[in-house]
Design a protein around this ligand. Sequence first.
Ligand SMILES: Cc1cc2nc3c(=O)[nH]c(=O)nc-3n(C[C@H](O)[C@H](O)[C@H](O)COP(=O)(O)OP(=O)(O)OC[C@H]3O[C@@H](n4cnc5c(N)ncnc54)[C@H](O)[C@@H]3O)c2cc1C
Length: 483
Amino acid sequence: MLRARHCTLLPLLATLGCGRQLTGGPPDYGDDAFPDEDTADDAGGIGPIVIIGAGVAGLATAGALGEGILLDQDSVVGGRALWSGGLMHFVGIPDQEEVGVTDSPAIAATEWETLTGWPPTEGTLRYLEDSAATHQRLLDLGLKYGMLAREPLTGIQRLLTLQGEGPALVAALAAEVPAAVDIRLETSVEGLLWQDGAVVGVVTGDGEVAARAVVIASGGYAGELARLAEVAEGEFWEPSSRGGSGDALDWAETDQLGLANLPNIGWLHRHIGVPMADGKLIGFTYDTAAPWIWVDEQAARFIDETNVESVTLTGPLRKAGSVWAIGPKDEVFAALDAAVSVTAEAAVAADSTLRCRGDVETLAELLSLDADALAATLTEVAGFQTGHQTDPLGRASDTFVPYSGELCAWRPGDTASKTYGGLVVDEDGRVLSTTGAVVPGLWAVGEAAGMGAPGLAGRYGFDGTLSAVVWSGWRVGDRLATE
Ligand SMILES: Cc1cc2nc3c(=O)[nH]c(=O)nc-3n(C[C@H](O)[C@H](O)[C@H](O)COP(=O)(O)OP(=O)(O)OC[C@H]3O[C@@H](n4cnc5c(N)ncnc54)[C@H](O)[C@@H]3O)c2cc1C
């Protein structure tokens, strides 16, 4: 459990009481949220600058800062980007000009509400203004981009996929971290160290580390399944990769730091998990050639199952209510590796979470679906598979298989690729307390800081927020390097 050593040293904040603040409405951070730069006191304690977390945000901060201590509880650097795709969001870049797209921060700002469901905040505007520079700085690190793709909802070509995806980004940022940065892996931070209302270091499992400033880069809470279940409804949550500790939120609760936009989660539905009786999950990845179909409570398909990448497809899934994935047993098991197959066979034998039947009527009864409706869906799908009919949902005929013989059904698991809310920071990345005051000595970047600025990702989130994660790390690293 995470503990801060502060309350007796911080009477003002200690009187405010603890408790989670979930803000789901439009952002309103008040006039005090962005204090005048001259009056804000950045000073914390003495010593080096300590960065908590060596994911993309922490690595970018450390590279720009060029010194300090970088702590991570994992045995490797990179955080969740080690498993991530490379989709990144940019505005006003040469790649757009080359294909005749006119774009600018001002244009993007006018469409921000269409894209994310919220008007742009001050932090959003800063992110957009710096977008072209972020794009160039990544090129300067030797990274390369693929073709421009359209962002959902506005249809404007603003998305670039980084060649080599998340791992290439991690490698490039890690290469920029100079030897002067003391990287300490397998070091878990348990809480913040406070003195006279300022953060003066961190508490680790190995003891206290004094710091003149602390940068929280510990990521979001996509790995905290209980918190996800509390914040958003899901059939059941499963981890989408390692990480997403949610520790920044724990510190916010004990230390009265502002939190915003927590219900905004980047959902993924492609990881199919089967919970076993012992509580363990077996999971297998839903890839775009997946042989299975998904049906809703009426036993009807409702989505192109090969195109569930974008977070904006969350809506149809939510509306579908209780969803079953259904596929031919042979094909389903072909998608599993040998070790998982054994466990999956056990699930089938137990008839628990992976249910297989040789006839549609019995299967439908087991799933509480209308047998005629399910049979009709399977007949319809057979028409798509043979090419006699075109799927109105847009799925290509060669991605279907014959849905005959023994069929298996299971619940698709909900996973979070990222979380869009987090600590409230000012436009420079300084953490604000629940009262909106700057906390001296404390900064936050990346997912821990709601992608670097409160309200940046709006109500729906947007694709390619790795750009904001990197941007926020560079912004704080550059700033602290000059102090
Ligand atoms: C499957 C998948 C695909 C994705 N695809 C994309 C994509 O295409 N485009 C996109 O924009 N985003 C994508 N994302 C999201 C993206 O990877 C993350 O938003 C981003 O990597 C977050 O970076 P971060 O540095 O803020 O946090 P993290 O990567 O979570 O890093 C935080 C680090 O802090 C460490 N840490 C946490 N708590 C502590 C503690 N108490 N003490 C010490 N260390 C601690 C962790 O070990 C970790 O290394 C994807 C994510 C997943 C899982």
